[in-house]
Design a protein around this ligand. Structure first.
Ligand code: F6P
Length: 355
């Protein structure tokens, strides 16, 4: 078969591992040929592609980013965008398309499927918030990067008697904040799922310092929301939006640091980790997971399971309808929140995990 591939949306450590696994199994076991469309859906609209053979994917397993590059181009927002994708598929005589991306990229894949294109999805996002799958690759690497950053912040916080507020990615779901916060031994973890009361956050830090501690670490997801000012809205970097309608989040750590210092009198600093979390080499876990997703996707192509996404369920790669995966985000659930609650002292009502 002749198979097209693309990587769309924010990049993610492990994308190259998926491409490599698909091409290797496709060539060795099914005698497939591959075309890689460049820069996500933009490459289809503008007809930019490369041949993907064994040489092209050689040596890319440990590399971050994606050799196909990526973009947040949304064909539905371009005149004839979807039709141009269909035309590119026809022109390159593509029998099946593997789209690797998050809910935005996969929602376009679903539209193409509805137009009769044979599409398979592979889930990708460091945020780990895609529905239908237990884990997305890239999340583990991001958590390791954040955990290391928290460890480093710890020593400087301790040396200066400071409160350090570490802002991590996580637009709608607080998985990175939660996992890396637990792993890094944070004192307060704030996630989008639970708007937080800044007075209570300050009080929990004050009480910790009363118990003899002289520094604290707060981990806050970029999409976390203040409840105390009644706003409950995420903090935005600017008013710009991408083609899928997402605002640019960021800046909550600076605001929070100021408010904590005002309320406690403790010197407080903010650290924004930003795209450092998405860059660099994938962890061993993500290399294996991404490889499994790639192998699963090429097998799905040959089983004819189109309109479906490879998903991880109970540590097995299974095939689920794309529609199911894009229908809802996967949020931090109550069980996980309770794990964090168990780690912190209660002050009046529950405090530290973002309430
Ligand atoms: O890919 C998801 C994500 O990592 C979000 O957590 C974050 O808000 C966004 O990407 C940042 O995107 P960009 O790279 O376009 O600034």
């Amino acid at each position: 078969m002749r198979i097209g591939m693309l990587t769309g949306g924010g990049d993610c450590p492990g994308l190259n591992a998926v491409l490599r696994a698909v091409v290797r199994k496709g060539v060795f076991h099914y005698h497939d040929e591959f075309v890689g469309f460049l820069e996500g859906w933009r490459g289809m609209i503008e007809d930019k592609s490369i041949a993907l053979d064994l040489d092209a994917v050689s040596g890319i397993l440990p590399r971050g980013g994606t050799i196909l590059r990526t973009s947040r181009t949304n064909p539905s927002k371009r005149p004839d965008g979807i039709d141009r994708c269909v035309a590119a598929i026809d022109k390159h005589k593509i029998d099946a398309l593997i789209a690797i991306g998050g809910d935005d990229t996969l929602s376009v894949a679903q539209k193409l499927h509805e137009k009769g294109i044979k599409v398979i999805g592979v889930p990708k996002t460091i945020d780990n918030d895609l529905g239908g799958t237990d884990y997305t690759f890239g999340f583990d690497t991001a958590c390791n990067v954040v955990c290391e950053a928290i460890d480093r912040v710890h020593t400087t916080a301790e040396a200066h008697n400071r409160v350090m507020v570490v802002e991590v990615m996580g637009r709608d779901a607080g998985w990175i904040a939660l996992y890396s916060g637990i792993a890094g031994g944070a004192d307060v973890i704030l996630i989008p799922e639970r708007p937080f009361d800044v007075d209570k956050v300050a009080e929990s830090i004050r009480q910790r310092h009363e118990r003899g501690r002289y520094f604290s670490i707060v981990v806050v997801a970029e999409g976390a929301k203040f409840s105390s000012d009644g706003l409950g809205a995420p903090i935005l970097q600017d008013m710009g939006k991408d083609e899928f309608g997402h605002a640019k989040l960021g800046g909550i750590a600076n605001i929070l640091a100021r408010e904590i210092e005002k309320r406690t009198g403790f010197e407080t600093r903010a650290v924004v980790l930003g795209h450092i979390q998405r860059g660099g080499s994938p962890s061993a876990f993500d290399r294996v997971l991404a490889t499994r997703y790639g192998l699963g996707a090429i097998d799905m192509v040959h089983r004819g399971e189109f309109g479906c996404m490879a998903a991880l369920r109970s540590n097995k790669i299974v095939s689920i309808p794309l529609k199911e995966a894009i229908s809802k985000n996967r949020f931090v659930d109550d069980e996980m929140i309770q794990i964090v609650d168990g780690l912190f002292e209660e002050i009046g009502e529950k405090e530290a995990a973002g309430q």
